[in-house]
Design a binder for this molecule. Structure first.
Ligand SMILES: [Zn+2]
Ligand SMILES: [Zn+2]
Length: 235
C-alpha cells in the first residue's frame, strides 16, 4: 500500500486554491472564525504556493511565526508546520508575520500590511463595538449578542479571503539559515515524581536526575503573555 499523507485533503484544497475550504479546516483547529485566522490562512496559502512546498511534518519545511495570536493557527493548519512537529519556530516578537522556508534556506516572509489592517478596522462598526465589549472589556453580554459577535467575525473572516494577498501583506522572498533538525534526547526517570523527563530538561540533585517541577526550578513558559521564565504552579 502506498502511504497517503493525512494532509492530502488540505493539499488538495491548496492546489485547488480553495481558501474557504482551508479556512474551514483552520476553524476546526482554532475553534472560531476571526479575521486574524483568515490572515493566517491567506499568508500560509500564499507562502506555500510561492515556494511550491508540501509538508508531512518532518521538518523539511519550516514556518517561523512571530506571534502567538489567532494568525498562527491559520499558519499551522495550512502549512502543516506545528507546535508539536518541530517545524514551527516561534519568535516572541508580537508581530503578525511569518516566514516559510525550505531546508535549503529558500524562504518567503509575509508581514501584515499596516494600511490594510487600518482600513479593515475602519469597517464594520457593529463588530468593532462588540469586540471592544466582549474581548477587550470582558463584559458579560447576552447569548444573542455573543452569537451576533461570532457571526460577524465569521462573515469578516470569509470576506477577507476575497481580498488580494498582495494588499494584505508585505511579501518578500529571502534566504535564511535553516536550523538543524530537532535533536533527539534520551529520557530519564525523575527521582521525585517518577515521570519521564527529557535529558536536556532534567537537573541533578545528589547525583540523581529530577524534573524541573520537582526541583522547583524556573523554566520558560509560553502563555497568552508570550514567553517568560518562571515557575508554573498549577495546584
Ligand atoms: Zn481567533
Ligand atoms: Zn519530577
Amino acid at each position: 500500500m502506498r502511504w497517503r499523507s493525512p494532509r492530502a485533503e488540505i493539499e488538495h484544497l491548496i492546489e485547488a486554491g480553495d481558501l474557504e475550504g482551508l479556512l474551514r479546516r483552520a476553524g476546526e483547529l482554532h475553534g472560531h472564525y476571526c479575521p486574524y485566522l483568515a490572515y493566517g490562512v491567506v499568508a500560509g496559502y500564499t507562502a506555500v504556493r510561492m515556494l511550491g512546498v508540501r509538508s508531512v511534518g518532518m521538518e523539511e519545511v519550516l514556518a517561523i511565526v512571530e506571534t502567538n495570536n489567532c494568525f498562527s493557527d491559520g499558519i499551522q493548519a495550512v502549512t502543516g508546520c506545528t507546535f508539536g512537529n518541530n517545524a514551527l519556530i516561534y519568535l516572541d516578537l508580537g508581530k503578525t508575520a511569518f516566514t516559510l522556508a525550505r531546508r535549503s534556506g529558500e524562504a518567503v516572509r509575509l508581514a501584515l500590511n499596516p494600511e490594510f489592517e487600518e482600513s479593515r478596522r475602519a469597517e464594520r462598526p457593529e463588530l468593532r463595538e462588540l469586540w471592544r465589549r466582549i474581548v477587550a472589556e470582558r463584559e458579560r453580554v447576552s447569548d444573542e449578542e455573543r452569537a451576533r459577535f461570532m457571526e460577524l467575525m465569521e462573515e469578516e473572516a470569509f470576506d477577507l479571503l476575497h481580498r488580494p494577498a498582495s494588499k494584505m501583506f508585505i511579501i518578500r522572498r529571502m534566504h535564511i539559515e535553516a536550523p538543524d533538525y530537532a535533536p533527539i534526547y534520551a529520557s530519564h526517570r525523575c527521582h521525585g515524581c517518577g515521570e519521564l523527563v527529557m535529558e536536556s530538561r532534567a537537573g541533578l540533585r545528589d547525583g540523581k536526575p529530577y524534573c524541573l517541577s520537582c526541583l522547583g526550578a524556573q523554566h520558560p513558559i509560553l502563555d497568552g503573555r508570550g514567553i517568560y521564565i518562571g515557575v508554573w504552579r498549577p495546584e
